[in-house]
Ligand binder design. Structure first.
Ligand SMILES: [Zn+2]
Length: 433
């Protein structure tokens, strides 16, 4: 059986539209969306400042005349006009859902959604889950601590949206989560890739073999990982499940997903968003096959829209056909990371995701931390590792891997077992000192 015979879709018609029809549909959606948001004072002002009339944006090519939107701009807007800035299209009583970003890189951004916006989020998650082959017969477990983070709540609501049962893992420690998902014969786990590996480590310590559990599918977001070959392999080996990558952002939506073809490239949702890839320095559009920053316009979140939003995420798009039959373009290797996370070691540009992948390819490292020091204008790396077997042997394998893959020398230090931090959400293993 080929992939095409057994593939699942959320909206087969949209997902398989020929490119010209897909572009036409995006233009139609854009026109309707712009009509809906003409009362949005933030975008009214932004277009006026650029000498444009928001209401006259009719096609993608008109949209490209509008200046980019940055996260800092949205945060500044809320700081200057608290609490929500002029970012809301409608009067406040129309909104139901309040969320905010974690604020790890600055002040949290508050994002409000109306009932219609929430329905749009559910559709976006519908694409994510159906592309992973999940149906209403599956039982979800969302291993998050919840709080005001939109990804957690939309992941749960998205499962309900496709008709599946969903258990929320909030308020539990790792051991309770394992017990809960085993007892209730959960078949899909949604969590960060870091946490999937952490749970597997806890299970191993308790003598639980997750490969004999009912879990069949892991959906992982929040950081690059599920598209990094060595990380994906490690998660799949520990869980005996197929691992799917997913990308999204609180301010923009759930915009990319992995499919059953497992091609190592993830689809961008071109039914619900318009995407551009730009040179992060010049802002100029760049072509297929080149790495650049992803810019997003969402088409279904009228209450607090983003037009030409700079995600900061570096990607390389391909329009090569996918074995699943979808015509949506794909991001090769998933997200690389953020432009501002780049580390330069002896002239070699490295992203934390690439280092994460390399370290997961070296056996017997149970946890690690990377210390980045600025020495004479250059970054210098030291990797602290916890290892179950001989430290010298593992350190040798690790330095060898860095030397052969990137021609760089790194220092390796031993950390006593269980002393490095473990992460329940996104990892913070890279530390500048
Ligand atoms: Zn595909």
């Amino acid at each position: 059986m080929t992939v095409k015979d057994k593939v699942h879709f959320y909206n087969r018609q949209f997902e398989t539209l020929p490119t010209d029809e897909l572009r036409e549909m995006q233009d139609q959606r854009l026109r309707a969306h712009i009509r809906e948001i003409t009362t949005n004072r933030f975008y009214q002002e932004k277009s006026r400042a650029a000498g444009l009339d928001l209401a006259r944006i009719e096609r993608t090519r008109d949209l490209r005349l509008l200046p980019f939107t940055t996260k800092q701009e949205l945060i500044d807007e809320q700081s200057e006009r608290p609490p929500f800035g002029r970012l809301l299209t409608y009067p406040l009583p129309r909104y139901r859902y309040f969320h905010q970003t974690s604020g790890t890189t600055g002040r949290p951004l508050k994002c409000l959604d109306t009932k219609e916006d929430w329905d749009w989020w559910m559709r976006c998650w519908g694409y994510v889950y159906c592309a992973a082959g999940v149906t209403q017969d599956y039982i979800f477990f969302c291993a998050f601590s919840f709080g005001p983070y939109i990804s957690h709540w939309t992941a749960v609501s998205g499962a309900w949206h496709i008709g599946a049962m969903c258990i929320s893992g909030g308020g539990m420690n790792s051991e309770q989560r394992l017990q809960c998902l085993l007892e209730n014969r959960v078949t899909v786990i949604v969590c960060t890739p870091t946490y999937a590996l952490h749970l597997a480590e806890v299970a191993q310590g308790l003598g639980i073999d997750l490969r004999s559990s009912a879990i069949r599918i892991g959906i992982h977001a929040g950081e690059p990982g599920a598209s990094l070959p060595n990380v994906k392999r490690a998660i799949e080996a520990a869980w005996g499940a197929t691992c799917f990558d997913h990308a999204g952002a609180t301010e923009a939506g759930a915009w990319a997903f992995d499919c059953e073809a497992q091609s190592g490239a993830i689809h961008i949702n071109e039914a619900e968003f318009i995407f551009e890839v730009i040179d992060p320095e010049s802002g100029e559009a760049i072509g297929e096959g080149q790495r650049g920053e992803l810019v997003i316009t969402n088409l279904g979140r009228a209450g607090m829209p983003v037009l030409r939003y700079r995600t900061g995420d570096l990607v390389e798009l391909t329009t090569e056909p996918c074995a699943c039959g979808r015509r949506f373009a794909r991001i090769k290797g998933g997200e690389v990371g953020r432009a501002d996370d780049m580390i330069i070691v002896r002239g070699v540009n490295l992203y934390p995701s690439a280092i994460d992948n390399l370290i997961h390819g070296v056996p017997n490292i149970s946890e690690y931390e990377v210390i980045i020091r600025r020495v004479a204008g250059m970054d210098d790396l030291t990797v602290k590792i916890e290892t179950a077997i001989s430290f010298e042997e593992t350190a040798r394998a690790l330095t060898h891997a860095f030397r052969t893959q990137y021609s760089i020398r790194v220092g390796v230090e031993q950390a006593p077992d269980g002393t490095l931090p473990r992460y329940e959400f996104k990892s913070r293993r890279f530390k500048r000192v």
